[in-house]
Ligand binder design. Structure first.
Ligand SMILES: [Zn+2]
Length: 170
């Protein structure tokens, strides 16, 4: 079971094994994968500093680029922007913002993902719309994070959090 990514310029599709990870707050694409597959990398106006994407995948330094593409998954189509960083062997991570937006039915035991609760926007291609990936969502870790992370880093704090996550390769 794979996710399809379509390049916007060439409309060429690439199959990718995506990792669903509720402990990660973003959408990420591996740098090497992006280069090998020839995804167009857009330089971000403000680099995103990242220490850890989560406890197991270590990302050092800054995220400088994003990739915008269409993502296909079980009849579902959407325009996504992914932060490009070094994910090791993982090609793509779909984190909490994506999971929250599409709220898929996940059977963690069987490894099944059903896209049954998507918002109306899914399934319709919106060619020129630039949707920023929502990075911030409310959660109970908020207060703890505010205490742990120095104020000047607050903008980035969401990637620092540590909590039990559920993850699955789709
Ligand atoms: Zn959806």
């Amino acid at each position: 079971m794979k996710v399809g990514l379509e390049k916007l310029e060439s409309h060429k599709g690439v199959a990718v094994r995506a990792l669903l990870d509720s402990g990660v707050t973003g959408l990420f694409m591996d740098t090497t994968f992006a280069k090998e597959k020839g995804f167009k990398m857009e330089r971000m106006r403000k680099p995103l500093m990242v220490k850890n994407v989560d406890e197991t995948i270590n990302v050092g330094g800054a995220i400088m680029h994003q990739v915008e593409c269409n993502m296909f998954f079980k009849g579902h189509v959407e325009r996504v922007r992914m932060d490009v960083c070094n994910l090791g062997k993982t090609e793509v991570i779909l984190g909490m913002p994506w999971l929250a937006t599409h709220n898929p039915e996940i059977d963690w035991e069987k490894g099944e993902v059903k896209m049954t609760r998507c918002p109306p926007i899914c399934g319709k291609k919106k060619p020129e719309e630039k949707r920023e990936v929502k990075r911030v969502e409310k959660d109970e870790d908020e207060e703890v994070l505010r205490k742990l992370v120095p104020k000047k880093f607050w903008k980035w704090r969401k990637v620092f959090r540590k909590r039990k996550s559920e993850r699955m390769l789709v």
